[in-house]
Design a protein around this ligand. Structure first.
Ligand code: FA5
Ligand code: MG
Length: 424
């Protein structure tokens, strides 16, 4: 299940409609700064091989992956930190980011300031409190978010930077970055993906002569802006607006695009909650904000069928994209056969699908293509059985039976040991 912030009002989809579910998260009210995790680089300090530079901050693996109950960051996630695919001009995500920047530059006279190197390690205050995410919101749970410690997370959305930039006085800005979520496994979900946040603040002068109130003025401007962006990127494409709910905007909307015979949610947006502006020192203003899923847009734009491909270093993928070229359609190199493995077990009270997916990813990495629940029943004794089908497939080569069997044995073993479930 996706750790989405949204709750659909008109249209509900299982993947993003659990804002009001009864699973209440353990709330984290840590307001301490993240000094324990991040050390400013001192040039006298020797640089270890696993030392990363993130947004001007030096971070080592031990700062992020810790063997402590308040930490749930696996090694695999650490390997993605600092890769910053969105800053590569020849990568589909970089090409897309640049194209969106161009759209804003030419339509808004270069007023939008651009940030794409802000550190993805943020406090729970930045990630949640600053954007009014309630204490019991599911996105705060260890099941949905990667925690470094009780007060520090890998940002799960670029909205984590909204409040801080407003407080600094910025009124038109775009923030692009890698974001992290414990999530399901399929072709459009990945535990690390990229978002672009946009914020635009209006003053009464902007809407006074329009005959509209500030909120409707901002909502209309927002939709016009994003529809213009979609036309700039795609030309003609089938799209629709869906009313939704976010803690930080009201009204709130999601934009969906028709892709591979389904409606694909590509962004969330809305008129910023007044409280966020007020705390940023802006009492008479109204603002809009959006958060785009860059992979989702790039999948539509470049015809990329699977989200894992963005991480491929295979030349047959990387060589197909060129700086500044939006019109390119990805030509799949030969499609390798999938291999399906089913596993059934009796679940317990602490079982979650995200935990299962994390184990599968930990063992199989990007060879895991999809994990789906294919059977679910409760027996007379009240025990519930789940059967999951795991699809293994490499994007780059054929897998041997031996290799897949070993992966599956490993998954079974880890699932049994870490999740304490009874395999059937
Ligand atoms: C948010 O993250 C909000 N912060 C967006 C927002 C910003 C709303 C500002 C209002 C104002 P949501 O959880 O729906 O919302 O994610 C936004 C987009 O990220 C989705 O529309 C989708 O395109 C993308 N996305 C979400 N989860 C994944 C995932 N696991 N893999 C790839 N893309 C994802
Ligand atoms: Mg959503």
């Amino acid at each position: 299940m996706a750790a989405a912030f949204a709750h659909h009002i008109l249209l509900s989809k299982p993947s993003s409609s659990f804002f009001f579910t009864k699973t209440l998260a353990k709330s984290n009210h840590g307001f301490t700064a993240f000094v324990s995790v991040i050390r400013r680089h001192k040039s006298t300090q020797p640089i270890a091989a696993s030392l990363l530079e993130l947004g001007g901050v030096q971070i080592s693996k031990q700062d992020v992956v810790k063997d402590e109950p308040t930490n749930n960051v696996p090694d695999l996630i650490f390997t993605k930190l600092g890769l910053q695919l969105h800053r590569r001009d020849n990568h589909p995500l970089g090409i897309l980011k640049n194209a969106i920047h161009e759209y804003f530059d030419s339509n808004y006279n270069s007023q939008f300031l651009k940030f794409d190197d802000l550190c993805p390690i943020v406090t729970t205050k930045q990630n949640f409190d600053d954007v009014l995410v309630p204490a019991d919101h599911v996105s705060r749970s260890y099941n949905d978010t990667y925690y470094i410690d009780a007060d520090t997370v890998l940002r799960c959305h670029t909205s984590a930077h909204q409040a801080e930039l407003l407080r600094k006085g910025y009124t038109n800005f775009l923030v692009t970055g890698d974001v992290y979520r414990r999530d399901s496994i399929d072709s459009t979900h990945y535990p690390v993906f990229h978002q672009m946040e946009g914020v635009r603040v209006f003053s009464p002068n902007d809407w006074n002569d329009s005959g509209k109130d500030g909120t409707s003025y901002a909502a209309d401007d927002l939709k016009a802006c994003l529809e213009g962006l979609a036309r700039h990127l795609f030309g003609a494409v089938e799209m629709r607006w869906v009313d939704t709910y976010f803690p930080f905007t009201n009204p709130s909307f999601e934009l969906e695009i028709y892709f591979q015979e389904k409606w694909l949610e590509v962004l969330g947006c809305g008129v910023m909650e007044q409280e966020i502006l007020k705390r940023g020192g802006k009492t008479d203003n109204v603002a809009w904000a959006f958060g785009l899923g860059l992979e989702r847009l790039a999948m539509v734009l470049f015809d990329i069928p699977d989200i894992r491909l963005f991480w491929s270093t295979d030349k047959r993928f990387t060589s197909q994209f060129t700086k500044g070229q939006l019109g390119i359609k990805f030509k799949p190199f030969s499609k390798y056969p999938p291999c399906y493995k089913d596993m059934s077990f009796w679940i317990n009270d602490s079982f979650t699908e995200n935990n299962l997916c994390e184990i599968v990813r930990g063992v199989a990495g990007d060879l895991a293509e999809e994990v789906v629940l294919i059977d679910n029943f409760t027996n007379k004794k009240g025990m519930t059985s789940h059967c999951y089908r795991i699809t293994y497939r490499s994007m780059e080569r054929s897998l041997t039976d031996e290799e897949i069997n070993e992966l599956q044995w490993n998954v079974r073993d880890q699932v049994q040991r870490q999740m304490n479930v009874e395999l059937r």
